[in-house]
Design a protein around this ligand. Structure first.
Ligand code: SAM
Length: 282
């Protein structure tokens, strides 16, 4: 199903708002904020302040994670009436670690246009100032706040070779970095806080270097972490560990053995025999 975004038919606009610096509003964002008939927003007070600053009066409807589902039909109703609908979150780009994903999906399923305005988001400035490889990257958003769940999530990410981007609350950053060092090893990271604001600050170094210096643990933070650089050589893995790594990724034992044989330039049967003997040694 294709969409012609600018055919003037009823549209849901996904509208980014500043992550700290009001000057980051684009001309187009302001025009679209003026043009839409109704604005769904995470917090009507927050959006009210923004619109006040811009001198715009608009009908606001609260759309937070608890009532997002109920709002689906409301949005469709407006679109059926030929209205233009906007969606904003409190900060940055909606949908990105913010409400909006289900709504946008629903509106697309119903055959209406969904248009995204490019604009402020915290992950891209954090990534491109990190001095870590910008591509490929994996945006993870928030890790689980429970320590045991966080550990599980990080275990699953341990072999990830892409640069990883996390959002994290300031009161959890120290613990997260310590868990990360335990699970990932002492990787290079970049910690960007208060992006676009007066006290913007970026810490770059290994996890140990960052933790051994006094950290300002206030404000909003994005953590960028170097991907696993060891995976390709496998020199640090036994053959059994190598096979099990792929099994953990979801491959069957035979497929994992096949893949390991190819990567190590060995015969499948040879890998199988060594794997079995290492298994028996356990
Ligand atoms: N939708 C937003 C975006 O596009 O980036 C993110 C919203 S999410 C609920 C809030 C998280 O984004 C914060 O906890 C922090 O990790 C990150 N964040 C937002 N503003 C930031 C800023 N000015 N500096 C650093 N991180 C920021």
């Amino acid at each position: 199903m294709s969409q012609k975004s600018y055919d003037e038919s009823p549209t849901l606009y996904l509208i980014p708002t500043p992550i700290g610096n009001m000057e980051d509003l684009t001309y187009r964002t302001v025009e679209v904020l003026k043009m839409v008939d109704v604005l769904f927003c995470e917090d009507t007070r927050e959006t009210g302040l923004l619109l006040n600053y811009l001198g715009i009066k608009k009908k606001l409807i609260a759309n937070h994670e608890y009532n997002e589902e109920k709002n689906h039909e409301k949005v469709i109703q407006y679109l059926e009436e030929g209205k233009m609908v906007g969606l904003v979150s409190d900060r940055g780009t909606p949908v990105i670690s913010d409400p909006g994903y289900e709504l946008a999906r629903y509106v697309i399923e119903k055959g209406y246009n969904v248009v995204a305005l490019p604009g402020a988001t915290a992950l891209i400035p954090a990534l491109i100032t990190s001095s870590l490889a910008p591509m490929p990257f994996l945006f993870y958003g928030f890790l689980n706040s429970k320590k045991s769940k966080k550990e599980q999530e990080l275990e699953q990410l341990k072999q990830e070779t892409s640069t990883m981007i996390f959002y994290e609350a300031p009161h959890r950053i120290q613990e997260t970095l310590e868990i990360m060092r335990k699970i990932f090893g002492d990787r290079k990271i970049s910690l960007a806080r208060e992006l676009t604001k007066k006290y913007e600050e970026i810490y770059r170094g290994t996890i140990t270097e960052i933790l051994s210096n006094p950290l300002e643990l206030k404000g909003e933070m994005v953590l960028v972490v170097e991907g696993n650089k060891e995976k390709k050589t496998f020199t640090n893995l036994s053959l059994k560990e190598h096979v099990e790594l792929y099994m953990e990724d979801g491959l069957s034992k035979m497929d994992a053995i096949k893949k390991v044989a190819k990567e190590r330039n060995m015969k499948k049967s040879e890998v199988y025999d060594i794997y079995l003997s290492e298994e028996e040694e356990k």
